[in-house]
Design a protein around this ligand. Sequence first.
Ligand code: ATP
Ligand code: ZN
Length: 283
Amino acid sequence: MKNLKIAIQKSGRLNEKSVQLLKNCGLDFENYKSSLITTVGNFPLEILFLRDDDIPGYVEQGIADLGIVGENIIDETESKVEYIKRLGFGKCTLKLAIPKDSSIQDIKDLNGKAIATSYPNILKNFLDDYKIDADIRLISGSVEISPGLGLSDAICDIVSTGGTLKSNGLKPFADVKNSEAILVGREGLEGNEILIELVQRIESVLLAKETKYVVLNVEKKNLPAITSLLHGVKSPTVVPLAEEGWVAVHTVITEDDFWDKINKLKAEGAQGIVVMPVEKIIL
Ligand code: ATP
Ligand code: ZN
């Protein structure tokens, strides 16, 4: 079967995590920053390193079969690509922000105002939904300085912590779009065996990332209370300790309710709790 090509960001915020994800899938490749393309040694895949803005177009045209790119870029470029898997990294929000002392209070106050952004298409669609007619000014970088320069009344830009907004005297005003990195594919990949194998590996890596392996000691009399807290996983492994009347319990816990669960286990008599990362989970 013909090798698949996957496009990932060459350098920037998504590069490292995209490379790491593929490596965690057991793919063996050199991450040469200088080359555009590299071949995976132990899997029928080639990796293209591109600017993120070019990735959806390459996939849409079939120059690459797959791509890892932010949803913000997919939407902005309005590319026709298939969503294969949300990857849970590169999370950010495209937000409207206004100067701290702005008189704008409501989305409809944006009517007739100038808004600077690098995301004119997403912003236009958002404003159209609210039937707002604003003057969208395309700026490719440092959008956040434009109100201070008198170039716009508001901005629409990617925000993760809000620090850049604050240091430019701006405050977030409304969320336009949430984004994360997505594995996308060209049309016509359904049933491709290489893709099926790759997606299976990605899923097991993502599942493992959300999961911790936990070992704890507990007195036998407290075991029922402990195991009842651990429903959701197949019955935990229980191993006798050298000390009479004590056992060790081995189990996995998901990240989302991790601390809550650990506290409850402690309250029911769990001791010596050891938490370890999980590399892969194959269901
Ligand atoms: P390129 O050189 O590939 O064009 P870039 O400078 O346009 O890179 P980056 O800043 O590396 O892009 O961001 C890549 C993607 O990372 C964004 O499109 C977005 O999906 C995601 N992202 C996550 N957090 C942030 C953030 N705080 N600011 C900007 N982008 C973010
Ligand atoms: Zn870019």
